[in-house]
Design a protein around this ligand. Sequence first.
Ligand code: PLP
Length: 378
Amino acid sequence: MGVTYLDHAATAPMRQVAIDAMLRVMQAEAGNPTGSHRTARDARKVVDDARDLIAGYFGAEPAEVVFTAGGTEADNLALHGRSPVICSEVEHHAVLEPVQHLGGTHVPVDSDGVIDLEALERMVGPETQAVSLMLANNETGVVQPLHRVARIVRKVAPSALIHTDAVQAAPWLDVARMGKFADAITISAHKLGGPMGVGALIIRNPHRVNAQLLGGGQEQERRSGTHNVAAIAGFAAAVEELGSQREAEAKRVAALRDQLLAGLAAEVPGLAVTAGEAEKLPNFAHVCIADVESEALLIILDDLDVQASAGASCSSGALQHSHVLEAMGVERRLVRGALRLTLGRTTTSEDVDHTVAAVRRAVEQLRGYVPERAKAGA
Ligand code: PLP
């Protein structure tokens, strides 16, 4: 049995079609799409075709797609220069930090991590410039009621920008349908089988983008910088394949996820499924395990060839305190044993069996150690 990779929410393996598309661009004479000669025009056609395809898939017009260097940049770009701004307490740091920088406010969530609509109603006002609510959470996979948020915001602040971070949702949900309640949508290629370092902000006219990167005026003055043509081609190829497979894959993966959660519940005592009642992405299995520490658990799981995450980590890879679980009011005792298992299109039933056995073994080992250490007076 090889390695079981259950960290698709961190990044998904690249699709072969995306690798092939990138290689085609990189092996051709690569032009700068802003030029006027044939090689430049060829590069521009790659970018234009990618823009058409991505716009079509996400229910937008081509002119509404702004290519960025990933989800973080798209989130920052959406909110740049907008104040007052409001977001939920459980947003990704790529939204939380800009909102904090802008002096914005955070709407609380309930114990499932779902936005508190009454609190939002109290906080939004005619002066509100932007409201940002992720479509699905990157730690728990919980899906947010964007349409209900949009109804509240439109009533009180009709000209406010409604932004949704659909980075985690895009591989699994119908973002064209669910995202139509938003004015701006963030997508990242590497979560859906494309390359890292490329993404898009889809922003509906007539909302203005407050450009952060100024320079050559690419992307209609909204995001300067030479396009990463190969990455954009890979992004589009991944989206195209996703379109043909998403529904079937979501069903298959949801069944595997249920099998995984049932196996873990049967084999690991003291395990609580996070946000057990909420609607979640089909690939997310987030649990908290009593009397174990995530960090130690992940190390043992890695040794047992299961690659997972605790959900919250910083750029060094070290575990960070989870603002999401804290906002949900999860007991500290449980937060310490958080484990995020995220499945994906390469996950098999054998991976699930392997993971259940590995988690059981790792937890037994960790719980066994506690009395040993205690006995030795550690
Ligand atoms: N938003 C969410 C919900 C994410 O999960 C991530 C990545 O983990 C990002 C934004 C950042 O995207 P990127 O890695 O493309 O910068």
